[in-house]
Design a protein around this ligand. Structure first.
Ligand SMILES: *Cc1c(COP(=O)(O)O)cnc(C)c1O
Length: 437
């Protein structure tokens, strides 16, 4: 008799093509079928439990099967599951948009609903290009940072810079340029990168619609972190050169960096902000593009002037997803989440000290509820992250390293004991793979 996990895995592999996966790996690497979730834990079909230390790809904020979010969705489910958002509207979308306008930087006054992160990026790029066109200039290039990630649809992939995802599709991509991201969190690196940005803007700004960035932390690019002064400089320069600034806060939004939005660390208002992932507490696919009244007004005219933004997705602003988002924001309001997170961040910081003494650790870095350990001395072909992943699973922790970067991005409701366990398992895993000469 095959175990229940194995049965599920076999049935899965008959028909499912998984994301971000070389499917042949599963000849030797077991899939983990998850039966249920509660709090930070995921449970498989044989009763094993795993701490979800990556918040199920960075989306979960307040745990699996969160009672408040569950109840709000159930209530919404019995009221209205979905309605189109063109010509029609509904209360959760209206209420959520107002709350988002009130909590995000000052100049962001309008909310455009989309249904996933990449699509929000696509919509922001199109809006920016279209704005300039409506204002009389054709600017077909987008600028982004080296090592950036903005999603994997063609437009979003174009402005990203992670070779593994991008290289193959190079001939299909839209016009983009990259400027170097600050190489670390120092003020010197910030200055060097701003000089490079200004040089490109000086030469090319007449062709560039927007500069898109992941503020403070480049997620898929290996949790690369830089100083918030870069945001201040980027805002000043883009304004001076009439180029939009798109803050892609899909990963950094909703408290991940220590403030509600990463832009707050620099006190800047971007021209566009994209939000998704944590927006629904990790429950449902929903995203928004937020923008200013000024940009909104450039599309506002008689129909026959053909300036409207004619972009749509079937599940745009889904009521169930909006209800989940409202419940998530309610939790932020009722509990002092950011303050509790700051205590946890400090606790994690002190627990990271022993890592820096390990010979195969290059650097430990942290920003808010993201902590990354960069390893050194390994070839890509050694697939060191995969070995850590496999080890951690046997110990009941779901880590999903990005190559040689091990990171923690747990749900905010993680307890101190669970933090201990998550960190101890990573430490032992890193020790285990250390080469001894
Ligand atoms: C995850 C992510 C995206 C893409 O969102 P999807 O919902 O996965 O399409 C875009 N930008 C950033 C910064 C992200 O982390």
């Amino acid at each position: 008799m095959l175990s229940k996990n194995t049965q599920m895995m076999q049935r899965d592999l008959e028909v499912i093509w998984h994301p971000c996966t070389q499917m042949k790996d599963h000849e030797t690497l077991p899939l983990v079928p998850i039966k249920s979730g509660k709090g930070v834990y995921l449970y498989d079909f044989e009763g094993n439990k795993y701490i979800d230390a990556v918040s199920s790809w960075w989306v979960n904020l307040f745990g699996h099967a969160n009672e408040r979010i569950n109840n709000k969705i159930k209530e919404q489910l019995d009221t209205l599951e979905h309605v189109l958002l063109a010509g029609f509207t509904h209360e959760p979308a209206i209420e959520l948009a107002h709350q988002l306008v009130n909590m995000t930087p000052e100049e962001l006054r309008k909310v455009f609903y989309v249904d996933n992160g990449s699509s929000a990026v696509e919509a922001a790029l199109k809006m920016s290009y279209h704005y300039h066109l409506n204002m009389g200039s054709r600017k077909p290039i987008f600028l982004s940072l080296s090592n950036s990630y903005h999603g994997e649809t063609i437009g979003a992939l174009s402005v990203g810079d992670v070779a593994l995802y991008k290289e193959t599709y190079e001939p299909l991509l839209i016009g983009n340029m990259q400027v170097p991201v600050p190489k670390d969190q120092t003020v010197e690196a910030t200055q060097v990168a701003l000089v490079a940005l200004e040089k490109v803007l000086k030469e090319k700004s007449s062709e560039i619609s927007a500069f898109i960035i992941e503020p403070l932390i480049q997620g898929a690019g290996g949790m690369h972190m830089y100083h918030h002064d870069y945001l201040v400089g980027a805002r000043r320069l883009t304004k001076a050169y009439n180029v939009h600034l798109i803050a892609d806060e899909i990963m950094t939004g909703f408290g991940r960096t220590g403030k509600m939005f990463a832009c707050e660390h620099a006190n800047i208002s971007p021209d566009f902000m994209t939000l998704s992932k944590g927006l629904t507490g990790g429950y449902l696919a929903l995203s928004v593009v937020m923008t200013s009244d000024e940009i909104y007004q450039a599309f506002y005219c008689d129909y026959n002037e053909y300036k409207a933004f004619l972009h749509s997705h079937s599940y745009t602003g889904n009521p169930l997803a909006c209800a989940a988002a409202l419940a998530t924001l309610e939790i932020f309001k009722d509990e002092d989440v950011l303050m509790e997170n700051e205590k946890k961040r400090q606790y994690i910081e002190t627990k990271m000290e022993p890592f820096t003494a390990l010979l195969n650790v290059k650097e430990v870095r942290q920003q808010g509820m993201v902590t990354a350990i960069e390893l050194k001395g390994y070839e890509t072909s050694e697939r060191i992250g995969l070995r850590i992943y496999e080890y951690a699973l046997t110990q009941g922790v779901l880590l999903r390293p990005l190559g040689h970067i091990i990171y923690f991005m747990p749900p905010y409701i993680i307890s101190y004991e669970e933090i201990d366990k998550m960190i101890d398992v990573a430490f032992k895993g890193i020790q285990k793979i250390m080469k001894v000469d």
